[in-house]
Write a protein that binds this ligand. Structure first.
Ligand code: NOJ
Length: 501
């Protein structure tokens, strides 16, 4: 870039991200332009471009888009039961029909191809594949995913499959209380084996579980109501951490199962919405505080840290004390199976500062009117995407582990106008800001492989039903008509130009 030329609108984001990057690594703006940074990674040219092989994709999940809840031998999942229970989901919505992708996958894939994505993240429905939770495989269910994958490949779109996106077969909940039992670990491993044996010749990228922290923290309360299926009230924190421990074991067991069953080189990962900690000022002591918080705080120290290191964080163990899960011999080895890549579901983050207390940091509270857009739980923290990547390298030490964004998004607040358009400028603002900070991680040479935002299309948003729309494609649920929103057009430009637009 010619430093003497005025900065065009198109270049602005690349420059501002790069400038922030230089400040972060203790340099100054001049050092960015001379490409000198203190960062240990080799910095690619700073020109706003993503690498040529950067993945651009989009994500969905089975219960949220497929519909066909009672077809071809599929049995109910805990979400079918939950959504059919009055009062659990807004407007009594269910995933019975949803976006009907089970029948409309071909035209949905055309929309993907038109958008230009080369990566599609979807999930496989356990109760479609093994309706009884364990035992016999339902060939008709498997055939659906074979058709889906073949059609993706025909359009030159790489499939990324998640094995568990929250739709546990109801029968296993009834039989042994689902994730409260270690029996679920074995059954999940067997299900993973069945799927990979059947699809592993065509699918190379596998995510074991989606957001362990959400499907434990949102589903199992201790003396409190929970918003997600199966909505269980436990008696103690100890029981709760045991549920999380079982989910971690299921992850590790599935990693082993995928590798054993795959007929080709597989890329094994987990899609986790681990917490990102943003140093409120980028000074060395605040960055140190962010690293400490990243390792120790509730949802990280007990989930992503054991996954990445094979150990619960020491500080986290101190914090949970006698409530820590019972760990059997060999468990941590299973949990800490090496990953080929890591999926980061990034929606929000936390600001941190250094503090003169035993932990050495303080997580700053969000005030009621902090910017949240149309998603009440989502505090908008664009820097979290960068720090979530950098801290895996710097706090955990996993400097070589490739990371990709497996989700990122927000519900828009726009409605279709009289011209039939959805002008979701709030989503464009959100994506652009997060992508700008993601680009910074690329600029600084962190192993960032790609961006797979949530979501391709509006879909069943769990306890919010169809009342919240996270898609780049609008879905009219009465007619199943798809209408690409303005964000779809924006993302198409991003992909075409391989840069933040
Ligand atoms: C994360 C979950 O994986 C996905 O299923 C959900 O729809 C989005 N967050 C938005 O809430």
């Amino acid at each position: 870039m010619d430093e003497n030329k005025p900065i065009s609108r198109r270049n602005f984001f690349g420059v501002s991200a790069a400038a922030t990057a230089a400040l972060a690594v203790g340099g100054n703006i001049q050092s960015v332009f001379s490409k000198e940074t203190a960062c240990p990674y080799k910095a690619p040219p700073i020109n706003g471009q993503f690498p040529d092989d950067f993945w651009w994709g989009a994500a969905t999940a089975a219960y949220q888009v497929e519909g066909a809840a009672n077809e071809d031998g599929r049995a109910p999942s805990i979400w079918d039961t939950f959504s059919h229970t009055p009062g659990k989901v807004v407007n009594g919505d269910t995933g019975d029909i949803s976006c009907d992708q089970y029948h409309r996958y071909e035209s949905d894939i055309k929309l993907m191809a038109e958008l230009g994505i080369k990566h599609y993240r979807f999930s496989i429905s356990w109760p479609r594949i093994i309706p009884q939770g364990r035992g016999k495989v339902n060939d008709k269910g498997m055939d659906y995913y074979k058709r889906l994958v073949d059609t993706l490949l025909k359009h030159d779109i790489t499939p990324h499959a998640t094995l568990y996106h929250w739709d546990l077969p109801q029968v296993l909940q009834d039989k042994y209380k689902g994730w409260e039992s270690r029996e679920a670990v074995k059954d999940f491993g067997d299900y993973a084996t069945a799927v990979v044996k059947n699809l592993g010749d065509k699918v190379g990228h596998w995510m074991t579980l989606n957001e362990i922290s959400t499907f434990t923290y949102n589903c199992y309360g201790v003396n409190q109501r929970t918003a997600h299926a199966p909505g269980i009230n436990l008696n103690s924190k100890k029981e709760f951490y045991q549920v999380v421990h079982n989910a971690l074991l299921a992850h590790g067991t599935a990693c082993q199962a995928i590798r054993a069953a795959s007929p080709r080189k597989s890329f094994v990962s987990v899609a986790e919405n681990y917490e990102s900690y943003v140093p409120v000022f980028e000074t060395p002591e605040t960055i140190e505080a962010a690293k400490k918080a990243f390792m120790r705080e509730e949802k990280n120290g007990g989930i992503i840290i054991p996954i990445l290191t094979g150990k619960y964080d020491e500080g986290w163990l101190q914090d949970v004390g006698a409530n820590a899960p019972t760990i059997l011999s060999g468990d941590m080895n299973i949990i800490g199976q090496p990953l080929d890549e890591l999926g980061f579901n990034c929606y929000m983050g936390n600001y941190v500062r250094a503090a003169d207390n035993a932990k050495g940091y303080e997580v700053l509270p969000f005030f009621p009117k902090y910017p949240r857009g149309n998603t009440n739980w989502l505090s908008i923290v664009p820097e979290s995407i960068y720090w979530g990547v950098r801290l895996v390298s710097e706090a955990v030490g996993a400097t070589k582990l490739p990371i990709f964004i497996s989700e990122n998004g927000c519900a828009d607040g726009s409605v279709m106008n009289s011209n039939g358009e959805v002008l979701d400028i709030d989503r464009i603002m959100y994506y652009r800001n997060y992508l700008t900070h993601l680009h910074r991680s690329v600029t600084e040479g962190y192993p960032m492989k790609g961006y797979i935002p949530w979501s391709l299309m509006d879909n069943f948003e769990w306890q919010q039903g169809y009342s919240q729309r996270f898609g780049m494609v609008h879905v009219d649920y009465a007619t199943q008509k798809r209408t690409p929103k303005l964000s779809y057009q924006w993302y198409k430009e991003v992909i075409k130009n391989n840069r933040v637009m």
